[in-house]
Write a protein that binds this ligand. Structure first.
Ligand SMILES: Cc1cc2nc3c(=O)[nH]c(=O)nc-3n(C[C@H](O)[C@H](O)[C@H](O)COP(=O)(O)OP(=O)(O)OC[C@H]3O[C@@H](n4cnc5c(N)ncnc54)[C@H](O)[C@@H]3O)c2cc1C
Length: 409
């Protein structure tokens, strides 16, 4: 029996386990390792603070989504010993012939002076963890207003549009509560605009402006001053807050660093097209754990999975890799008041206007705020639990980006 081990049973690890269950020959054993029993629908963390989802709607038992053929081992991963093809867990060692790393990333507020200080989860919040989003939900219920600073520390972060969505939803939420005039919303970013891609950035800056949200750009944060309730950048600029909602630095997992497999942010150097580790031929990497220059998003993990399954099968059969990942990402951007934008792009093509997934009829619109896009975003939760985790391809949405329906200038 040969061994294929998957590290991490989040979005990417779970969908790979399901693909491999269907396609890996019977003389291979599949083992999946994760440290905790709960699977979170992370895109829902955005909605939790605003009471749009309840906490219990976002958590399910991890094992429910894994195939019976796979052995699930619940344990922290201590070390990946890639030179000797084995993984050290708390109480056992797992040998492998092929390893899939899907350990995702984590927020690291401790990387910024003062961020995880005395105001943490009192007046300084994240919404990238279940705990953070829940704590913020309690805070917003009774918050009387003031200056709300929505901030992102540095790139890359997972779901790079989420901080913008938070600012848009805050505008909607305080309007709905009849207290928008009591809240000043600032969007503070290290980028020179609202987003990394110029065309989408223009559109999103326009929307921030239209909603009365002030942008503060090129802000490289040095520290959070808990006493003065302000954030300071390296040039000495200061932005005061009554409530700070920040996306801290995102880093790959510590185990990647301890195992000597990471770059300076603990992401695994990975071939951006084949998804094979650059250091070890029998290691493949998927999802947020890679250093590939695609967005860190569930949609990306889903598209990567469709490519990676064929590449792993080719590898074990000694054949050349048949598939190349093109960096395809597809993200809804919730803009508040029941509307959303949609962007679809890859390594080579930035988000364009047009219709998606079908030309002319859509029904979704690219780079344009519509109600149908909003319903697409809300439907994503169902699609996540029932299609993405089960590795079922989404009709009309291929793994590699299609130019169908897109307007070329
Ligand atoms: C607020 C927010 C909004 C988002 N919105 C969207 C969206 O609208 N659309 C979208 O496509 N994506 C969105 N995302 C991003 C998406 O959730 C992630 O990109 C996706 O979950 C990545 O999958 P992954 O498998 O790589 O990592 P994860 O799903 O995070 O899984 C990693 C797994 O590895 C396990 N693990 C890590 N280290 C260890 C260890 N040492 N030992 C044992 N187990 C370990 C973890 O427990 C975890 O289960 C959002 C994320 C957030 C936080």
């Amino acid at each position: 029996m040969k061994n294929l081990v998957i590290l991490g049973a989040g979005t990417a690890g779970t969908l790979m386990a399901n693909y491999l269950n269907r396609k890996l020959p019977d003389d291979w054993k599949i083992t999946v390792v994760d440290q905790d029993e709960r699977h979170y629908y992370q895109p829902g963390f955005l909605f939790l603070p605003f009471g749009i989802y309840r906490p219990e709607q976002l958590v399910k038992d991890r094992k429910r989504f894994l195939p019976k053929r796979a052995e699930y081992v619940q344990s922290p991963i201590r070390l990946i010993d890639a030179d000797n093809n084995k993984v050290e867990l708390e109480d056992r060692t797992l040998p492998y012939d092929v390893l899939v790393i899907a350990t995702g990333n984590r927020i690291a507020p401790e990387e910024t002076e003062g961020m995880k200080g005395e105001l943490w989860h009192k007046e300084v919040f994240d919404f990238y963890t279940f705990e953070g989003a829940n704590a913020l939900r309690e805070k917003l219920k009774n918050w009387k207003g003031g200056t709300l600073v929505v901030h992102q520390t540095e790139m890359p972060i997972k779901c790079p549009v989420a901080p913008l969505e938070f600012a848009f939803l805050a505008d909607w939420y305080f309007t709905k509560k009849g207290m928008r005039d009591k809240v000043e919303i600032l969007f503070v970013t290290p980028l020179d605009g609202a987003f990394t891609k110029p065309k989408a950035s223009q559109k999103l800056s326009y929307l921030l402006d239209k909603k009365g949200i002030k942008e503060v750009t090129n802000f490289d944060i040095e520290a959070v001053d808990n006493d003065k309730k302000l954030i300071r950048d390296y040039t000495g600029r200061e932005v005061g807050f009554d409530l700070l909602v920040t996306v801290p630095t995102n880093l790959g997992q510590d185990v990647i660093e301890h195992s000597g497999l990471g770059d300076d942010m603990n992401y695994v150097p990975t071939d951006k097209e084949t998804l094979q580790s650059l250091a070890y031929d029998n290691i493949f990497v998927i999802g947020d754990a890679t250093n590939v220059p695609a967005s860190k998003a569930g949609s990306v993990a889903h598209f990567e999975g469709e490519i990676l399954i064929d590449n792993i099968l080719a590898y074990i059969n000694g054949k050349p890799f048949p598939e190349k990942f093109d960096g395809h990402a597809n993200c809804f951007i919730e803009t508040g008041f029941g509307k959303a934008l949609l962007i679809d792009f890859n390594y080579y093509t930035e988000p364009l206007e047009g219709k998606f997934p079908l030309p002319v009829i859509g029904p979704l619109s690219l780079l344009k705020e519509t109600r149908i896009n909003h319903w697409g975003k809300m439907a994503f939760r169902w699609i996540y639990w029932h299609m993405i985790l089960k590795a079922i391809p989404i009709p009309f949405v291929p793994a590699r980006m299609s130019m169908r329906g897109k307007k070329i200038d």
